[in-house]
Design a protein around this ligand. Structure first.
Ligand SMILES: CC(C)(COP(=O)(O)OP(=O)(O)OC[C@H]1O[C@@H](n2cnc3c(N)ncnc32)[C@H](O)[C@@H]1OP(=O)(O)O)[C@@H](O)C(=O)NCCC(=O)NCCS
Length: 151
C-alpha cells in the first residue's frame, strides 16, 4: 500500500473533501446532508469515523457507529453507515484499510457484530463487503411506498 497514506479520525474540517468525494461517486452534491451527518459524528464513539489522506488530501472516508437500543438492536452491534473512496484512488486497498481500522476500533470498544445496509444492486459495495468477509444478516428490510399506498 502507498507509504504516504495515513488513516486518521474524521474532523469537521474534512467536510468539504467528503462532499467532493461523494459528488464524484454519486454525481450529485449533498452538502446539507453531509453537514448534518458529520456534525453528529462528534457524539459517536472515538475512532468510529475515519478518513484516509495522501499528503494532506482526503481521498476516502468511512462512517461508523455503535448502536444504542434502536430497533431492538443490542449495544454490542457496530454499524458501517457509509464508505467512499475518490474514484481516482479506488482499487488500491484504501477502503479495505479504512474498514480494517474501523473494525479494530469496534473490537476495542467491545463490539461483537458489525452490520451494514447496501442496495441490492450496488455491486461495487457488495463485492467490497464480501471481500471483507461480510455475509447476509438475519434482518430484512421492510418498506411502505406512500406514493403507491391504497386509500
Ligand atoms: C466500494 C468502494 C468503497 C471500494 O473502495 P476501494 O478503495 O476501491 O476498495 P479496495 O481497493 O479497498 O477493495 C478491497 C476489495 O474489495 C473488492 N472490491 C472493491 N471494489 C470492487 C469493485 N468495484 N468490483 C469488484 N470488487 C471490488 C475487491 O475484492 C478488493 O480487493 P482487490 O482489489 O484486491 O481485488 C468504492 O468503490 C466506492 O467508494 N464506491 C462508492 C460507494 C458509495 O456509493 N458510497 C456512498 C456515497 S459516498
Amino acid at each position: 500500500m502507498e507509504e504516504r497514506l495515513k488513516i486518521r479520525a474524521l474532523t469537521l474540517k474534512d467536510l468539504p473533501a467528503i462532499i467532493e468525494i461523494d459528488k464524484k461517486v454519486l454525481g450529485k452534491s449533498r452538502p446539507d446532508y453531509w453537514k448534518r451527518k458529520i456534525e453528529v459524528s462528534e457524539f459517536r464513539p472515538p475512532l468510529a469515523s475515519l478518513v484516509a489522506e495522501i499528503e494532506g488530501k482526503v481521498i476516502g472516508f468511512i462512517l461508523g457507529d455503535v448502536s444504542g437500543w434502536e430497533f431492538g438492536v443490542p449495544d454490542n452491534i457496530g454499524m458501517i453507515e457509509t464508505v467512499g473512496v475518490d474514484p481516482k484512488y479506488q482499487r488500491r486497498g484504501i477502503a479495505r484499510l479504512l474498514a480494517e481500522e474501523l473494525i479494530r476500533s469496534f473490537r476495542l470498544n467491545g463490539v461483537q457484530k458489525i452490520s451494514t445496509l447496501v442496495e441490492w444492486d450496488d455491486w461495487d459495495l457488495l463485492q467490497f463487503f464480501h471481500a471483507l468477509g461480510f455475509e447476509r444478516g438475519q434482518r430484512i428490510n421492510l418498506e411502505l411506498d406512500l406514493t403507491e399506498e391504497k386509500k
